[in-house]
Design a protein around this ligand. Structure first.
Ligand SMILES: *[C@@H]1O[C@H](CO)[C@@H](O)[C@H](O)[C@H]1NC(C)=O
Ligand SMILES: *[C@@H]1O[C@H](CO)[C@@H](O)[C@H](O)[C@H]1NC(C)=O
Ligand SMILES: *[C@@H]1O[C@H](CO)[C@@H](O)[C@H](O)[C@H]1NC(C)=O
Ligand SMILES: *[C@@H]1O[C@H](CO)[C@@H](O)[C@H](O)[C@H]1NC(C)=O
Ligand SMILES: *[C@@H]1O[C@H](CO)[C@@H](O)[C@H](O)[C@H]1NC(C)=O
Length: 601
C-alpha cells in the first residue's frame, strides 16, 4: 500500500466515527495465512437442493469461459447462444451452472447473466484468499424455457473488476447450461383447497418430479406453472450490462412495451442488488444525524428502501428486498467458506400484473418503470416481463376492475445527542387489485394482494462506536384466480419474514494504525407458501459472531464462527441441513430427512 493512500485512510478513520459501519473489507494475506492452507478452498451457499440435482442431464452446453481482470468501466462480455441441436425443447428442467475461481487480494463484486437481455442469474463473486477459492452456483432456470429454446441470442455477463498492484484477484468464470429431458413422472396429489380446473371440476395438482415420490427430491420438484410463452426484458441497452443503475429516488428507468393482444397472464420478475452507499441501506441513519455531527459520509437517507414498479406513471407494486450480505460485508471472516443467504443466487421478486391487462391490451405502447424509493447511489435493477398467451385466439378481452391505491404508511422517530441515539422506522403498505381476462380457457378473474410491514431500529452508543441494527420485514402475497362461476381455480400465497440483527462495536486496536471490530450478525429467510393443496415451509437461518482487527479496509486478524440451518417441510416430507464454520473452515455438516422443528425464534 503506498504511503499517501495509507495516510488518507488514517485520516479518514480519525475524523469519521464508526457510524459508517457496517462496511466492506478485504482479507489481507495476513488473515489468509492465519486461516488457510495454501491450497484452494471451496466456497458455497447453503440452499435447498434443486429438483434436478439427482437426475442426469440429457445434455450439457459449456457456453462461456472468460477471465475478468481489470474490467471496470468496460463493456460486458457476450457470446452467442443456441440450444444444443441434439437436445431440443421441451425440457423437464434447465439449470444454469456458474463456476468461478479466484486467487489473491480482491473485493467482492457483483455479476449478472442475461440471455437476449433477459436476466437469468444475479450473483456476487466472493472475495478470494491468497490460497485461492472456487465455487459453483446452480440455479433452476426452467421458467426461462421460452428464451432458452431460441437460437442466435447473446449470453451476456457483466463482472466489473479492478486489478492493480493492490488488488490482484482475477475472476475465472465458466458457465454451463444443463438440459434435462427424461425420467420425469407426474405425481397427482388431490387438491385439498378445492381448487378447480378450467372446466370448474375439482382437480389435482400437477407435479413434475424426477424421482419416485417416496424419495426425498420429489418434494422439491413442484411445477408451479408452465413457463411463460414470451419473456420481455425491462432493462437497459446493454453497453454497460442490461441493468439500470439507480442513483437516487428520481432515477425512474422505464421501457416502452407493446403487449401481444392475446396475453392472458403477466408477471413481472424483479432483479435487485444494492451497492455503494446503499449496500447496507438498512443501517443508514437519517441525514439530520450526519449533518449535525458533521460526518463525511454519504451513507444516510434513513433506513427504508423499496423497489417500486410503475405502469404509465402509476404505481402498481413494490418490494422491500431481502438484505443480502456480500462476502466482504460487515466481517468477511463470517462468509468463508459458507457465504451469506442469497449471496451466490440473489432472490428475485414476482409481481402479478394480470389484473392490469385491461389497461395494457390496446394497440398503444405502455411504459413500465422501475425505481427505488429513498434510494441513494447505487442500485442495480431490471426486470423480466413473463407473458402467457392464448394459443387458440389472436386476442382476449380484459378489464381491470378494482385497484386499491397502494399508499405507504411510514413513521420515523429520531432521537440523538451528538453521536449517540436511536432511530426507528415503521412502514406498511397494502396493495390489492383485481381484473378479469376472457380467453379461450374461460373468463378468469385474478386478484393480487400484497402486504408489507417493516420495523427498523438503529442504535448508537459509546460515542457512536457501538452500533446495533434490528430489522424485521414481513411480506405476504396472494394470487387468486376465479372462474366466472366464482369458483377458485388457483390460489397461491406466501408469507415471508426476514429478521435481521447486526451489531458492530469498535474498540482500540493492538497498534496505533488499527482498530478492532466486534461483530455479530443474525438473519434469516422464513417462508411459508401455499400452492394448490400444498403447504410448504422453508426456513433458512444464519448466525455469525466474531471480531477482527482492521487496518484501512483490510482485515489483519480475527476469528469468526458461523452456524447455518436450512429446514424445509411440505406434505410429502422434510429436508434439513446444518453447517458450522469456524475461522474459515467447515467444522460440521449434517443433513437429515427427519422432520425437525422449524421454530423461527
Ligand atoms: C432414466 O432412468 C433409467 C432407469 O432408472 C436410467 O437407466 C437412465 O440413465 C435415466 N436417464 C436419464 C437421462 O437420467
Ligand atoms: C377437469 O377435471 C376433471 C376431473 O378430474 C377431468 O375429467 C377433466 O378432463 C378436467 N378438465 C380439464 C379441462 O382439465
Ligand atoms: C367476466 O367475469 C367478470 C366477473 O365475473 C364479469 O364482471 C365480466 O362481465 C365477465 N366478462 C365477460 C366478457 O363475460
Ligand atoms: C455477540 O454474540 C455473542 C454470542 O451470542 C455475545 O456473547 C456477544 O456479547 C455479542 N457481542 C456484542 C458486541 O453484542
Ligand atoms: C451435527 O451432528 C452432531 C451429532 O449429532 C452434532 O454434535 C453437531 O453439533 C451437528 N452439527 C451441526 C452443524 O449441526
Amino acid at each position: 500500500m503506498n504511503t499517501l493512500f495509507f495516510l488518507f485512510i488514517l485520516f479518514f478513520f480519525n475524523t469519521v466515527s464508526s457510524f459508517d459501519f457496517p462496511n466492506r473489507f478485504t482479507k489481507s494475506s495476513l488473515t489468509s495465512s492465519l486461516h488457510h492452507k495454501p491450497s484452494s478452498q471451496k466456497y458455497f451457499e447453503l440452499a435447498l437442493p434443486l429438483p434436478s440435482d439427482r437426475l442426469t442431464s440429457s445434455c450439457t452446453l459449456p457456453i462461456l469461459r472468460h477471465s475478468f481482470a481489470n474490467t471496470i468501466d468496460g463493456p460486458p462480455f457476450s457470446t452467442p447462444y443456441s440450444p444444443p441441436s441434439d437436445c431440443p425443447s421441451p425440457w423437464s428442467f434447465v439449470v444454469v451452472e456458474f463456476r468461478a475461481k479466484c486467487k489473491g487480494e480482491q473485493y467482492d463484486r457483483i455479476s449478472a447473466l442475461w440471455l437476449g437481455g433477459v436476466e437469468i442469474l444475479r450473483t456476487s463473486p466472493a472475495e478470494p484468499t491468497e490460497g485461492g477459492i472456487f465455487w459453483k452456483v446452480r440455479k433452476d432456470v426452467t421458467r426461462y424455457s421460452s428464451i432458452l429454446s431460441r437460437s442466435d441470442l447473446d449470453l451476456t455477463i457483466m463482472l466489473e473488476n479492478v486489478v492493480d498492484k493492490d488488488f490482484t484477484g482475477i475472476y475465472h468464470v465458466e458457465v454451463n447450461f444443463l438440459y434435462y429431458k427424461d425420467n420425469v413422472t407426474e405425481v397427482r396429489v388431490p387438491s385439498t383447497t378445492g381448487d378447480r380446473n378450467e372446466s370448474g371440476e375439482l382437480g389435482f395438482i400437477r407435479q413434475k418430479t424426477g424421482l419416485e415420490s417416496s424419495d426425498f427430491g420429489a418434494n422439491l420438484a413442484i411445477v408451479e406453472e408452465e413457463p411463460a410463452d414470451l419473456i420481455i426484458p425491462i432493462s437497459d441497452s446493454g453497453e454497460r450490462g442490461f441493468w439500470f443503475r439507480s442513483e437516487s429516488e428520481l432515477d425512474l428507468h422505464a421501457k416502452e412495451i407493446r403487449f401481444p393482444k392475446n396475453t392472458r397472464r403477466a408477471v413481472l420478475e424483479l432483479y435487485v442488488s444494492f451497492h455503494g452507499n446503499d449496500e447496507f441501506w438498512y443501517s443508514n441513519p437519517p441525514n439530520s444525524y450526519v449533518a449535525m455531527n458533521n460526518l463525511e459520509t454519504a451513507r444516510a437517507n434513513g433506513a427504508y428502501r423499496e423497489v417500486f414498479v410503475t405502469i404509465d406513471g402509476e404505481l402498481v407494486g413494490s418490494e422491500v428486498p431481502f438484505p443480502v450480505f456480500f462476502t466482504g460485508g460487515i466481517n468477511p471472516l463470517f462468509w468463508e467458506p459458507v457465504v451469506a443467504i442469497g449471496a451466490f443466487n440473489l432472490p428475485t421478486y414476482d409481481l402479478e400484473l394480470t389484473p392490469f391487462l385491461g389497461k395494457l391490451l390496446d394497440k398503444n405502447v405502455h411504459r413500465l418503470g422501475i425505481g427505488v424509493s429513498d434510494g441513494i447511489s447505487y442500485w442495480l435493477v431490471n426486470a423480466n416481463l413473463h407473458l402467457w398467451l392464448d394459443h387458440k385466439s389472436p386476442s382476449v378481452v380484459a378489464q381491470s376492475s378494482f385497484y386499491l391505491n397502494p399508499l405507504l404508511q411510514i413513521e420515523r422517530q429520531s432521537q440523538f445527542r451528538k453521536l449517540d441515539g436511536s432511530f426507528k422506522t415503521k412502514a406498511e403498505r397494502t396493495i390489492q387489485y383485481t381484473g378479469w381476462v376472457k380467453w379461450s380457457g374461460g373468463n378468469h378473474t385474478t386478484t393480487f394482494s400484497q402486504r408489507y410491514k417493516l420495523w427498523n431500529t438503529i442504535r448508537f452508543q459509546n460515542d457512536g462506536d457501538y452500533k446495533s441494527v434490528k430489522q424485521k420485514i414481513k411480506a405476504s402475497r396472494e394470487v387468486k384466480v376465479l372462474n366466472d362461476r366464482g369458483q377458485v381455480i388457483t390460489c397461491t400465497s406466501s408469507k415471508r419474514k426476514y429478521p435481521l440483527r447486526v451489531i458492530t462495536a469498535k474498540l482500540p486496536g493492538s497498534r496505533k494504525d488499527t482498530y478492532m471490530l466486534v461483530t455479530n450478525v443474525s438473519h434469516s429467510m422464513d417462508e411459508k407458501s401455499f400452492h394448490g393443496g400444498r403447504k410448504r415451509r422453508l426456513y433458512n437461518w444464519q448466525d455469525s459472531n466474531g471480531w477482527m482487527e482492521v487496518k484501512g479496509h483490510s482485515v489483519v486478524s480475527g476469528t469468526a464462527e458461523t452456524l447455518q440451518r436450512v429446514r424445509y417441510r411440505d406434505v410429502l416430507g422434510c429436508y434439513s441441513r446444518s453447517v458450522s464454520a469456524s475461522n474459515g473452515k467447515l467444522t460440521g455438516d449434517n443433513t437429515t430427512l427427519a422432520c425437525l422443528s422449524l421454530a423461527s425464534s
